[in-house]
Design a protein around this ligand. Structure first.
Ligand code: AMP
Length: 176
C-alpha cells in the first residue's frame, strides 16, 4: 500500500485527550469515515492484506470493527459475524469477560455464527491492550473457528496488545 495513502490516513486520525476517561488519548477515526476517499482507502488497505487468501468469514468487533469488517466481507463476498458487547445479541451466545485499557467488559458471539474449521479473520479499528481481541480469539475458537489472522487499522504499540494474541499473526497499518 502506498506510503502516501498511509500518511493521509494517519493525518486524519484525531487525538481526543481524556476520552472516555482521564489519561486516555482516544484515537478518533470519524474524520476518516466522513471522507469518501479516505474511507475507501482505509477499507482497501485491509483488502490488500487479504487478497488471494482462503477466508470463510470476517469477525468484526463491536462497534468500529463493524465498519471496516463488513465492508471487507462485502467486497470479498464472504460472511460477516458481529462480536458484540454483552446483552446485544438476540440468540444463544458464548461469552468471555476481559479487561480494557479503560474498564471491564464481556463480549458475546452467537453459538451458530461460525462452522467448525472455518477460516476466520478478526477485524477492529484499534489494538490497545489486546484484551478485547484476545477474548474474541477465545470465543472464535470456542465455537470451532480457525482464527488465521487479526487486522487493525491502528495499533498502540506501547501497550503490547499483540502479545496477548499470540500465536495469531497480527497486522496493523498505523502504529503509535
Ligand atoms: P483493548 O482491548 O485494550 O485492545 O481495546 C481495544 C478496543 O477498545 C477496540 O475496540 C478499540 O476501538 C477501543 N479502544 C481502546 N483504546 C482506545 C483508544 N485509545 N482510542 C480509540 N479506541 C480505543
Amino acid at each position: 500500500m502506498a506510503q502516501d495513502t498511509l500518511s493521509k490516513l494517519r493525518a486524519a486520525v484525531r487525538d481526543v485527550p481524556d476520552f472516555p476517561k482521564a489519561g486516555i488519548i482516544f484515537k478518533d477515526i470519524t474524520p476518516i469515515l466522513k471522507d469518501g476517499a479516505l474511507f475507501r482507502s482505509s477499507v482497501d488497505i485491509f483488502l490488500h492484506q487479504l487478497r488471494n487468501k482462503r477466508i470463510d468469514k470476517i469477525v468484526g468487533i463491536d462497534a468500529r470493527g463493524f465498519l471496516f469488517g463488513s465492508a471487507v466481507a462485502y467486497e470479498l463476498g464472504i460472511g460477516f459475524v458481529p462480536l458484540r458487547k454483552k446483552g446485544r445479541l438476540p440468540y444463544r451466545t458464548e461469552s468471555a469477560r476481559y479487561s480494557l485499557e479503560y474498564g471491564e467488559a464481556e463480549m458475546e458471539l452467537h453459538i451458530d455464527a461460525i462452522e467448525r474449521g472455518e477460516k476466520i479473520v478478526l477485524i477492529d479499528d484499534l489494538l490497545a491492550t489486546g484484551g478485547t481481541s484476545a477474548s474474541a480469539a477465545t470465543l472464535i475458537e470456542k465455537v470451532g473457528g480457525d482464527l488465521i489472522e487479526a487486522i487493525f487499522l491502528i495499533e498502540l504499540e506501547f501497550l503490547h496488545g499483540r502479545e496477548k494474541l499470540k500465536p495469531t499473526p497480527v497486522t496493523s497499518f498505523l502504529k503509535y
